[in-house]
Design a protein around this ligand. Sequence first.
Ligand code: HDE
Length: 678
Amino acid sequence: MTDHNSDKQRQLDQYRVDDTNSRYTTDQGVRVEDTDNSLSIGERGPTILEDFHFREKVTRFDHERIPERVVHARGSGAHGVFQVYESLAEFTCADFLCDPSQQTPVFVRFSTVGGSRGSADTVRDVRGFATKFYTRQGNYDLVGNNFPVFFVQDAIKFADFVHSVKPEPHNEIPQAQSAHDTLWDFVQLQPETMHTIMWLMSDRSIPRSYRMMDGFGVHTYRLVNADGKGTFVKFHWRPALGAHSLVWDEVLRVQGNDPDFNRRDLWEAIEAGSYPEWELGLQLVPEEDEHKFDFDLLDPTKLIPEEEVPLRMVGRMTLNRNPDNFFAETEQVAFCTANVVPGIDFTNDPLLQGRNFSYLDTQLLRLGGPNFQQIPINRPLAPVHNDNRDGFHQHMIHTSHTNYSKNSISGGCPATGVLAGDMNGVFKHYTERIDGEKIRKRSPSFADHYSQATLFWNSMAPWEKDHIIKAFLFELGHVQRRYIKEQVVDRLANVDAGLAAHVAAGIGLPAPAARGSNHGKSSPALSQDNQPAGLATRKIAILAADSTDAGALYPVLQELESGKAVCHVIAPHEGMAGTLAVDRQVSAAASVLYDAVLCTGGEELCGNGYAVQFVREAFKHGKAIGALPDGEALLRAAALPGRQGVIDSAAGDGFTGQFIAAIVKHRHHDREVTAFPA
Ligand code: HDE
C-alpha cells in the first residue's frame, strides 16, 4: 500500500521514471543498438573513441558517487504524513501546527552518526532522526537525534568531537566504533560530554528498530504566535511501539548476520503495511520562566525533566511509503536546522546557532552547488520566487527580465511582504533584546556537567545500570592508554561513586575517591523499563522439523499472526518441514534476528547444534521462549539455566496468552547470564 494522496507525492510523480515497456536510449534520447559490446576495429581490435555510447556509459558510472555525509552518512528514509490534533495557535502561527484538518507530507531520514555509508546499522552510536515537513508555508526541518542531549555545548567543538569519535587518523581504525583512545581522550578532557556519554553507554544507543526509538529536537527552540509572543519549546517524537533496545552481545552478532538490520526492519514494516507512528510531544516553557531551572535552557547538554515540564502530545506522524530510489531520495535529501517556517524560531543555544550555518554549507559541497533545493525530494510545495539565479544545475528557466529587488521593470515582483504591503504568512524573526560585549567565553550557567549525568544514572532500572557498567568496561577495555582510562574513571566519580567503583574494578584500577555526593534525584521518564509494547511486527522464529505437530502449532501461529507478529518457520532444510513451508534453513538463520523463539519438532532437533544454539542464544539475550509439547525435548537439550520468560506445556490452555505476554515484555532482563556462553 502506498500513499499517493499527498501533494508531495503528486509533485514527485512528475519526476518518477517508469522504465516498463521502454526502449534503451542514450542520455540524449537516441535509441541504442547494443550495450554489451563496445565499438571496435575488427572483432579483436582496439576500442575506438567514436563510441559515444561506451564513453557516456563509463563516464556516468565514474561519476555515480557523491561525497557521503561527514556525519550521519549511513541512513534510511521514508515518506509519511503529519497531522496536528488541535490548533496550537495559542503558541505558534505555524500553519501546519494550527490546522487539525491538514495532513502535512513529511520525509524522515534515520541514521547512525559515526560510521561511513557502508557500516553496520547496529553499532553503539547516537541515531539521527531528521524530519522534513513540506508545509504550505515552506519546508520546515526538525533535525533531531534519539538522545535529548548532545556531547558538546558550542558548535566550535563539533569538529573536535567528531574527529575524536571517527576512525583514528593514522590507520583509519576503528570503523563506526566509539571504543578507542581518541574518543575517550576527548571525553576525559571535555567533561561537558559526560551527560551524553551516559546516554551513549546506555541501551538507548543500540535501538531494536528505528520504529522503536524516540526523537528529540535537543535544543530549546521558540514558538512564536501571531501576536509575536514567544514560548520556549523542546520537541519530542514518541514511538507508538515504545522505545526498545537490543542487548550488547546481540548487537555484536547482528552486525555479521544482517548489517542492514535497522534499514531492513523499517523497509519491511512499511512494505507490510505496518506503518510506524510517532506522536509529537512538546515541552512548553513560558518566556518568563526562562531562569527558573537549575540549568540553562540554552545548554544542549541538558534536558528538561518531564516531571518538571510534562510533555503535551500535539500530533501524530505516520510513515507510509518507502522511497522508490535510495539515491534520489534518501541520499539526496538535504536537511537544515535553519529551514524554519513562520511561528518556529531559534534561541541563542550556541550549538544551534552553529548548526544553522553548517547544514547549508555542507550541502553546497555534498550536492554540488546551490541548486540542490531543486532536487525533487528537497523541493518545497510552497511556491518559490526570489532573485537567486544561475549556479551549477539550475533547473528553472526564469523568464523575468529582472533579477534584483527593488525593480520597476517587472512591476516590483517578486515582492517582499513589505513591498507588497502584504505581511500575511511572512517569516518575522522573533524580536529579542540582546545587550552584551563581544567575548569568546562560555557562560558560567553552562558549567555544571555532572548533575544531569547523575540524574540519568539514578533513573535507571538495575538492569539498565548493569548494561551501562558493561558498556563502559567494553569501551574502556579497548582503550590502549592507561592514563586515559584513569581519567575517565576519575570523571565518573563525579557522576556516581558506585558507578566509578564498578568500572574501576573491572578495568583493574583503584576506586577513585568519591567527589561530592549523589544528589539522589531521579526522573523515571528516562528509564526504558516501562515502555509501551505490543506484539505487532515482532519477529518470531518457529523452530520446526518434519515431525513437528502442525495440529498443535497452527492455532498458536494463527493467534500470533492475528496480532500482526511476523512468524518464520526455521527447519534443518529448506522446502517443507512436514506440512509447513520453511522460510529459512537453520544454519542460515540466527536467533539474534528474532524477538522470540517457539520450539517444536520433537527429538529431531535435539541433535541439531544450530537449533540448540538458537534456543540458548535467545535465552542469553533475554527473549521469550515458548515450547509446544513436541518442543520440550529441544528445551531440555538446550539446558537453560533459568525459566524466566520460558513458557511450556505447564501453562496448559494459557500457553499462547502467556507466550504472547512474554514476547510483549520485549526482553527478560532478569535472566541475563554472563556465565552462559551461547
Ligand atoms: Fe548535525 N550535521 N551537526 N547534529 N546532524 C549533519 O549535515 C552539525 C547535531 C543531525 O539525515 C551534517 O547534511 C554541527 C545535533 C542529523 O541528512 C552537518 C553540529 C543534532 C543529521 C552537521 C551538529 C544533529 C546531521 C552532515 C554541532 C541533533 C543527518 C551532513 C553544532 C539535534 C541529517 C548534513 C540527514 C547531519 C553539522 C550537531 C542531528 C555537517 C556543526 C545536536 C540527524 O551539517
